[in-house]
Design a protein around this ligand. Structure first.
Ligand SMILES: [Zn+2]
Ligand SMILES: [Zn+2]
Length: 119
């Protein structure tokens, strides 16, 4: 094999696996489904495994995977969205700060020394 893309469900032998692309798959070789199918002890088990939904992001199998996405991949997506929002909020704060600074410094500096009734 010339190049090995770990995000692909590839085995060491030609024809192994589904060769599916799983962007969140981080282990070399077959996806979890193909690995389970390869190691299944009989046809009955293969049929059972074949009916378990698979996450198309990382290749993991799970009975309760919904919309082809496992829990950790959906969480990853939520985290990334949260981080994006957080950094956008931070940038907004940085942009807002010079304005706030200008407004504060427009107050006459002597205001605090005057001893007026507002103190
Ligand atoms: Zn596979
Ligand atoms: Zn996943």
């Amino acid at each position: 094999m010339a190049t090995v893309d770990i995000s692909r469900g590839q085995g060491t032998n030609v024809g192994d696996g589904c060769n599916g692309g799983f962007p969140n798959k981080n282990t070399l070789g077959l996806c979890q489904k193909c690995h389970s199918l390869e190691t299944a002890k009989d046809e009955e088990e293969r049929t059972r495994l074949d009916n378990i939904p698979q996450c198309l992001e990382c290749g993991t199998l799970g009975k309760h995977i919904k919309n082809n996405k496992c829990g950790s991949c959906s969480r990853k997506e939520t985290d990334e969205a949260t981080q994006r929002n957080a950094s956008q909020a931070k940038n907004a704060a940085i942009i807002a700060r010079p304005g706030a600074w200008t407004i504060r410094n427009q107050q006459p500096p002597r205001a605090t020394n005057r001893g007026g009734p507002e103190e």
